[in-house]
Write a protein of this length. Structure first.
Length: 190
């Protein structure tokens, strides 16, 4: 084993609310989000109450070696169409480069196609966030869209890449993705 961190995704809890606000307002996290303004406690409280009550969303806190380090979520969960969208971020800079993002990607994909039985996983990534969209492509996601000037970042129009992964794509990519994570020392179920 190469000393990979022990990573788990646990369901979001009420006790996570303040931590998420602090994370979300970090410049390095806000930089990659559609909205980049400072989020007030009141705005965050409304958002948090909404996500807890929304059946079309699922949220998990990412933990590495027992410490909370980020957030992953599904949104626009549409079983009637066999698809959902997803996003994640690592808020703790010290965790980047350890393969945690790759582990989260694998876990979410397995959850969506295995436990939820959906056919498509979709995401949108700012075009400047090359590391993340390349990570997605490494797991078999295909670029399906380029949304030109889709959002404004610091008042400047920014392009967004739309990426999709089908269950059939994952069936071809799964073993190679799993092997890469196991080679890095991550413990994955068979």
């Amino acid at each position: 084993m190469s000393g990979a961190p022990h990573v788990v995704l646990r369901p979001l809890a009420a006790a996570d609310r303040d931590r998420l606000l602090a994370w979300r307002n970090q410049p390095e996290v806000a930089r990659w989000m559609y909205s980049d303004h400072a989020i007030s406690p009141e705005e965050h409280a409304r958002w948090f109450a909404g996500v807890v009550a929304d059946a079309r969303r699922r949220y998990w806190v990412i933990e590495a070696d027992g410490a909370p380090v980020g957030l992953a979520n599904l949104y626009d969960l549409a079983p009637e169409h066999g698809r959902t969208s997803w996003a994640y971020y690592l808020a703790e800079p010290s965790t980047r480069g350890q393969g945690i993002g790759a582990f989260v990607e694998y876990w979410v994909i397995e959850h969506v196609f295995g436990e939820l039985g959906l056919n498509k996983l979709w995401c949108e990534v700012l075009v400047d966030n090359q590391g993340v969209w390349k990570l997605h492509e490494g797991f078999g996601f295909q670029r399906e869209a380029l949304f030109r000037q889709h959002v404004r970042k610091d008042g400047v129009p920014a392009d967004v890449v739309g990426l999709g992964l089908l269950a059939s794509d994952w069936a071809k990519q799964r073993q190679a993705s799993r092997d890469r994570l196991v080679a890095r020392g991550f413990d994955l179920p068979a």
